[in-house]
Ligand binder design. Structure first.
Ligand code: ZN
Ligand code: ZN
Ligand code: FE
Length: 763
């Protein structure tokens, strides 16, 4: 309460961050009213501004609680306060309309899963939105995917197509209502329409459409379902034939498929969940969480063949909740796309797949403005490790906490993303896909355009991977010519971690980039690299001993061939008793031997990813892969499941080498001596983490922080062991928390390098 001799004050308060579309102005209204303050709150494209008059002590409390009590979906970057003249002629507090303003753009909120209040209303028969497939409020629903421009207001979203009815307008304009200024709201009367259609001409609208889709899924068919950032293919996850049909039609033989369940309880029946995993599953972002599968859940093995993990997510839209109402099985929900291509998000594009991939289509007339794939995350060492960053996280910026110049990072070739920065914030796009098809290139170009215009960025420097063949690099050279800055692949990986952790760009870190493939400065394939790096440069301290890779990157599909190459490099005979040797037909083996002896068609590589593949094949786990990292994933799981005594291996360190050959020789000896694959896999993981720890200790004097990046660190066991080993030896180890360690994180690192490098001079 106010002190009797209160002092009146007047202020302009400005709040920057994710403060639009998250119920921030109503929150300010309620807080100001509670504290007996008068004035107004509004927003422009850059921030929320508040003119407020009242007791000085109450103003202090107001400013404090703006941060501490902020709505759950908001993200406050900073609050500034400035005294003003008391000129407000008002006796109450009000919310004013948005005003357009020049200057930096405000942050765009990500798409958010259905909130508990809306979920309750969805199934409450007396509610006027009972079973409304698009129920939403200030605390939940689509955002980023429906925004066409800023500031975030209904006319700048795809909800502009729907005129609000009187009842919705009343809620929208009532500051005390949960739907006050909730841009995507609608109802049965005025909102989007949902329908189901099938190739035979069946067309049913609304509730009957949901029923038709349910029936179709329950009979083993595939239904394309429009979600938030694109379409999914849905099929009963307990139906062997249905899942098989989906795999066949999508040309995706083995890669794990994600499963959607209704709620946490249902998720617990499907996977063994830690409390950290449960928190992530139920978080507003609603990502796909990779967790240990329960064998007894009825989910067929072909959902994730040979994989002890299952990707599980909770229903996150009202449509999903209506679809998955009990009784209903867990469903495979996989992005509607051709392998590696961007997610399908336009109605015309999905209709083209109706009758070929999908047997039915559950869709609606709310347009998706920007495609956004599901996010995939893992828990490592108790915290989040992003594997794919999309819906729910994009486009939350990475704060760089310093001012460089505006830049663009175009990413790599696989799992591509792009990143724009104004030097202060770095906005990483959602996962786009694998470059190399026209569809991906088109989505990539659209995404770059969208991000540049959304945040008003004209890049002074455009960072690309130094690989001359990457489609993104070629595009940048064509489009930006003189502004292009080339970055080395593994340096960009390390820089991404530096950006995430707000590390000083000029202070060197000790970076371990353990990766599949990346273009090296000497034209060979790098990937097992120890770099002494700042944001703008690096020195290569050590790497694996180069191994000739027959056929270069084509060897990726054949871990057995990589294993044989490693045997040759380690001067170990190709003993018929070794599983990897037996896996290569004699004729191919002779050719391979000639190739390795002459070096013809071989590219030297220091790739750690290939070393993991080689070991997986050596111990008989996998000799051929159908998706990236398949062998390495199986190696991780073999190590994790090891019940025996782990083998003891040691890399030889020194002379700029992280020499794997002694490890290969010892593994072969153990194999022939009868040690189990699990014991070897376990020992191999420890050997890698030990090598990191020893190198870190050796360089402790000259390098402070230790940084881990590259696709190999998607391996939770390796990352956890390495981080623990480093920590126990007193090192400050940093890993990815915001963007993936794989090439999905490259664009951030590139942008960080570019924003800190001298601006290229156009000639
Ligand atoms: Zn809600
Ligand atoms: Zn309405
Ligand atoms: Fe990489």
């Amino acid at each position: 309460m106010r002190a009797p001799q209160s002092r009146q004050a007047s202020e302009r308060v400005e709040v920057a961050g994710i403060v639009q579309g998250v119920g921030f102005r109503p929150f300010v209204y309620r807080l100001a009213t509670e504290l007996d303050l008068v004035g107004q709150v509004g927003n422009d494209s850059a921030k929320v501004f508040i003119d407020v008059v009242g007791d000085a002590a109450a103003l202090d409390e107001f400013a404090e609680r703006l941060r501490s009590d902020a709505p759950p979906l908001s993200f406050i970057e900073h609050v500034t306060r400035r005294p003003t003249e008391t000129t407000l002629e008002t006796d109450h507090f009000r919310i004013v309309d948005s005003v357009e303003a020049a200057g930096p753009r405000t942050l765009v909120p990500p798409d958010t899963g259905l909130c508990p209040d809306c979920l309750a209303e969805l199934f409450e028969s007396s509610n006027r939105r009972f079973r409304h497939p698009f129920i939403t409020c200030t605390n939940c629903g689509p955002r980023f995917s429906i925004i066409t421009s800023l500031p975030y207001d209904r006319p700048n979203t795809t909800m502009a197509d729907f005129a609000m009815c009187a009842a919705c307008t009343a809620e929208y304009t009532d500051p005390t209502d949960r739907r006050y200024h909730a841009q995507p709201i609608g109802c049965h009367e005025c909102g989007p329409t949902l329908w189901f259609s099938a190739p035979d001409g069946e067309h049913v609208v609304g509730r009957a459409g949901i029923e038709a889709a349910r029936k179709m899924i329950c009979s083993g068919h595939i239904v394309a379902v429009k979600g938030v950032g694109g379409f999914h293919f849905a099929v009963d996850a307990t139906d062997e034939e249905g899942v098989g049909r989906l795999r066949h039609r999508k040309h995706r033989p083995d890669k794990p498929l994600a499963v959607m369940v209704r709620d946490l309880e249902a998720a617990q029946r499907v996977a063994v969940l830690s409390s950290a995993e449960e928190r992530l599953l139920t978080s507003p972002a609603r990502p796909v969480v990779l967790a240990r599968a329960r064998g007894d859940a009825g989910i067929v093995a072909s959902v994730a063949p040979g994989n002890p993990l299952i990707g599980v997510m909770l229903a996150y839209t009202p449509v999903h909740h209506l679809l998955l109402t009990e009784p209903f099985p867990p469903v495979v929900m996989t992005s509607a796309n051709v392998a590696g291509e961007p997610i399908t998000y336009r109605d015309a594009d999905i209709e083209a797949q109706l009758g070929t991939v999908a047997d039915g289509l559950l869709t609606n007339d709310r347009r998706i403005a920007t495609p956004c794939d599901d996010s995939v995350v893992r828990v490592v060492d108790g915290s989040l490790l992003p594997i794919r960053r999309g819906r729910g996280y994009a486009p939350i910026p990475v704060s760089l906490e310093r001012a460089g110049h505006a830049a663009l990072g175009v990413g790599g070739e696989l799992k591509s993303t792009c990143c724009v920065t104004d030097g202060v914030h770095a906005w990483v796009s959602p996962h786009i896909g694998d470059m190399g098809t026209l569809a991906t290139l088109r989505t990539f170009e659209e995404t770059v355009d969208r991000f540049q215009s959304m945040y008003g960025i004209e890049p002074a420097a455009v960072a690309v991977d130094s690989h001359p063949g990457y489609a993104t690099s070629r595009w940048a050279h064509r489009t930006w010519s003189a502004r292009v800055v080339e970055t080395q692949h593994h340096h960009a990986h390390i820089a991404a971690v530096m950006a995430e952790h707000h590390l000083d760009p000029a202070t060197p870190v000790l970076g371990f980039a353990f990766d599949g493939t990346g273009y090296g400065d000497d034209g060979s394939i790098w990937g097992g690299e120890v770099l002494h790096a700042t944001a703008t440069g690096y020195e290569r301290l050590a790497s694996l001993v180069p191994v000739a890779l027959p056929g270069g990157d084509a060897a990726i599909e054949h871990p057995a061939r990589v294993a044989l190459a490693h045997l040759t490099a380690a001067e170990v005979d190709w003993d018929e008793d070794l599983p990897a040797v037996g896996a290569v037909p004699l004729r191919d083996r002779r050719l391979l031997a000639q190739q390795l002896a002459s070096g013809f068609g071989c590219v030297p590589t220091t790739s750690m990813g290939r070393l993991f593949d080689a070991v997986a094949s050596l111990i008989g786990l996998r000799h051929r892969v159908s998706f990236e990292a398949q062998a390495a994933i199986e190696l991780e799981h073999a190590a994790q499941d090891n019940a025996g005594q782990a083998c003891d291996y040691r890399f030889e360190l020194g002379n700029g080498q992280l020499d794997q050959r002694p490890v290969i020789r010892a593994i072969v000896a153990d194999l022939l001596g009868g040690r189990s694959p699990g014991e070897i896999a376990d020992g191999f993981h420890t050997a890698v983490s030990d090598a990191v720890r020893m190198i870190a200790t050796r360089h402790a004097a000259s390098s402070g922080i230790v940084v881990l990046s590259g696709g190999v660190f998607q391996n939770a066991l390796l990352t956890e062991r390495t981080v623990v080993a480093l920590r126990e030896s007193g090192h400050d180890a940093r890993t990815h928390r915001l963007v993936p360690p794989n090439d999905g994180g490259l664009a951030l690192g590139q942008a960080f390098i570019a924003t800190n490098s001298p601006i290229p001079q156009e000639t």
